[in-house]
Design a protein. Sequence first.
Length: 702
Amino acid sequence: MAVLPILQFEDKIAETVAENPVVVIIGETGSGKSTQLSQILHRRGYTRSGAIAVTQPRRVAAVTVARRVAFELGSRLGEEVGYAIRFEDRTSDKTCIKYLTDGCLLRESLSNPELNQYSVIILDEAHERSLNTDILLGLMKRLINRRSSNLKVLITSATLDGVKVSRFFSGCSVLNVPGTLFPVEKLYSTERPTNYVECCLKTALDVHVREPPGDVLIFMTGQDDIDKMVFKLEERIQNLEEGSCMDAIVFPLHGSLPPELQIRVFSPAPPNCRRFIVATNIAETSLTVDGIVYVIDSGFVKQRQYNPSTGMYSLDIVQISRVQADQRAGRAGRTCPGKCYRLYPRTVYDEEFLDATIPEIQRSSLAGSVLYLKSLSLSDIDILKFDFLDPPSRESLEDALRQLYLIDAIDENGQITEIGKAMAELPLEPSLARTLIEANELGCLSQALTVTSMLSAEVAIRPTHSKNKEKKRKQSFSKLPDGSGWGDHIQLLQVYESWDRADYDPNWCTDNELQVRSMTFSKDVRKQLSQIVQKIGKGSLDVESGMRQKKSDKDYKKLRRALCRGYGNQLAERMLHHNGYHTLGYRSQLVQVHPSSVLEADEDGQLPDYVVYHELINTSRPFMRNVCAVEISWVQPILKKLEKMNIDKLSGGSGASENTETIENKTINSPMQAVDASGTPGSLDSKIQAARERYLARKAKR
DNA sequence: GAGCACTGC
């Protein structure tokens, strides 16, 4: 095997690390940084004073790289070299090189904020800018200055943002390590296509007819387009004149494909046959397909983003960044020189594309991250001024604080509460963590563990009922429960319990069109959560009760009540004369129950007056996904809290040091004002009053 | 009456 480029730099790296607490290593694909950096520092004696931690954004990467390094060092996995990912810790007392996901290191930092067991921490693939890596970058910057022992931090990054990371760490050293990629010729379109599926199709056929052997990787945005493309491409290839060119096979590749269909792309093409792989951005970083010589890049990606001013997610098709475009092109140059067909003009790449993809931290709800940072109780840290490489907006941080306050994780002064501390221990979104704690108080912990695990694993249930008569025939085969009218959370509980009655048979999942993968995942989550709540409750909690008991509505009442508390920041009230809802929060939104919901209307066709929702998603319209019916008496205490909420106090008075303009703005837009669904501001007091009146009016009508 | 990219504790 050829010597990895990074080994030629061994002395230089060791020297730089010896002299500097932080070093940025810019290493292209194939430089060997992931496997070699840890070994170099191990050889130089850094494992004598502690272990070397190497973080990865993905689980598979942590496992495969650890395996490789153990092999190279001739040791058994789990001894000298080990890894830790969720549900699996393969390390021992002997472990001195530990690969772990960035999320795992964050968890470790919760119980040991100084991370004293490590002499070196390497944040690998930092250019991917995962939410967890970004938080770690901030924590590392702080740790460097605080830890008395000799901590070394290495950050690996791609070419473009190396300088920026260096600047973040007060101009630390940057080392460049070349990679082993072959040149990729980039071919641009003269204009942007009006129909990019057709354009991809045409380009793919051109490559097939004109270019020498080599597989083709096509980047598209989602499952629908991929399926369309696969179908059309197969059809067109069949119609080509026989013998005019080589054979071809076409594979789809995306995340929701079952694993056995995903791995098909790893077997090489049969002789005299070209493979076409039509993929989402899963093929950009997560899965590496060998044999690719041609890449067709649509220039688009589907991206989920959170809008803190509405509390809503949307899934948008957006233009990729230059970093992303180059990453895609690089996929053609792994085994020999390649070609990349960019279905956009050069000027679009140069002038319209962003330098780098907007980091996740600026596209997500930050409630979980803010709670995590608060629970580290770093007394010297003000959350609104936490030193991020790319700070999230103030609006987004304030949104997180409001959410945390409404579910009792922080008090009115922004201090973390006992409840908040317990929530941070749980590897769940804050709302679900809060639900578990409340469920324990109310005596329905076991059920809540099931529901939160199912939501955490994002188990998708196919439609179980339909008013459409044509589909009625199909329905008779359906054995899946329907949530007894209370909504999707209850259905998830019932589905899991049915699986339990089937002794967790994977075939039961397939028979019911449930993904085995996600069901198994939810079982693992449930087990992990049970262990953690047992630890918090000192082993006295009932985490298994009633799984196979027949449930009555009364049983669900406690659970729904716990959910109402947990989703105190995600409540909605139905509007008087129809089945639309408006959210009850800092800013009200007009929303509808997602059509996939099993929530039932009463005999008058009216949906429940109050619901909680798991998420707001703006697709063709704003929808609440996963809803559960709750009762007004449970909602009222939360509305009172909303009324008391004061963002200036929640943010710990840090507004005082902001510039004057912001302070003035704050005073004018008092957070005590809420905008109701019609867009008119009104005090929350009057909102609650109005809600009560509407409720009474409805009651009288019945 | 809609349709979900990708990760992770």
